[in-house]
Design a protein around this ligand. Structure first.
Ligand SMILES: Nc1nc2c(ncn2[C@@H]2O[C@H](COP(=O)(O)OP(=O)(O)OP(=O)(O)O)[C@@H](O)[C@H]2O)c(=O)[nH]1
Ligand SMILES: [Zn+2]
Length: 200
């Protein structure tokens, strides 16, 4: 995934106009020196942070084969920056992914981080992002099980609204073995740093 994607000039111009309109609507003067370049800068920024809208992030998961690879693979602490689709404010945190390979099917460790970035570069909600990552790993690697945990801070909860400074949202998605077997699920989620609440 490129840092500076090819940009359709018409789309860029449309976003520039929209940003200028927002600046005027909030009562600013878009022609004052500090803001003159802002519509253009913000338009390029928006194209960059929403590049995942036009991508199929699951395609990042190129397959490699390693005879006999059947043990758990865990990648913890993949950095996450995304945009809450309700408010268009950032949410950011960490993604932890575990999968139990089958048939020797693996992917490069960095591909999991690229997968996260692809889905993160869309207007998102944390729960959907968590599920999309789990579904992509399940569909492309056909592992015995997948578990994904995301911990994130939402600026929409912190700098406005509830102003819940320090709050973190934790979401998880499990597939395959981890969906069927509660003991396996508890074990893998403990590895990913998430404790299921005790029942009863
Ligand atoms: N489930 C979920 N909710 C989110 C996420 N990001 C933001 N939200 C919530 O989306 C909700 C939108 O609520 P609304 O009542 O429509 O909007 P609002 O009046 O701005 O709400 P407040 O944020 O409570 O002021 C808020 O409760 C946000 O905290 C997310 O990733 N997942
Ligand atoms: Zn929000």
């Amino acid at each position: 995934m490129d840092e500076a994607p090819d940009v359709d000039p018409q789309r860029l111009e449309r976003i520039r106009r929209a940003v200028r309109e927002i600046l005027e609507a909030v009562g600013e003067d878009p022609d004052r020196p500090g803001l003159r370049e802002t519509p253009d800068r913000a338009a390029r920024m928006l194209v960059e942070i929403f590049a995942g809208v036009h991508e199929e992030p699951a395609d990042e998961l190129t397959l490699t084969y390693e005879e006999g690879a059947e043990d758990l693979v865990v990648v913890r602490d993949i950095p996450l920056h995304s945009m809450c689709e309700h408010h268009l404010l950032p949410f950011m945190g960490r993604v932890h992914i575990a999968y139990l390979p089958a048939g020797g099917r693996l992917t490069g460790l960095s591909k999991l981080a690229r997968l996260v970035q692809g889905y993160a570069r869309r207007p998102q909600v944390q729960e959907r992002l968590t599920n999309q990552i789990a579904d992509a790993v399940e569909a492309r690697l056909r592992p015995r099980g997948v578990a994904v945990v995301i911990e994130a801070e939402h600026l929409c909860m912190i700098m406005r609204g509830a102003r819940a400074e320090g709050s973190r949202a934790v979401t998880m998605a499990v597939r395959g073995l981890y969906e069927r077997d509660p003991a396996e699920r508890t074990a893998v989620l403990a590895l990913l740093g998430h404790r299921e609440p005790r029942r009863g």
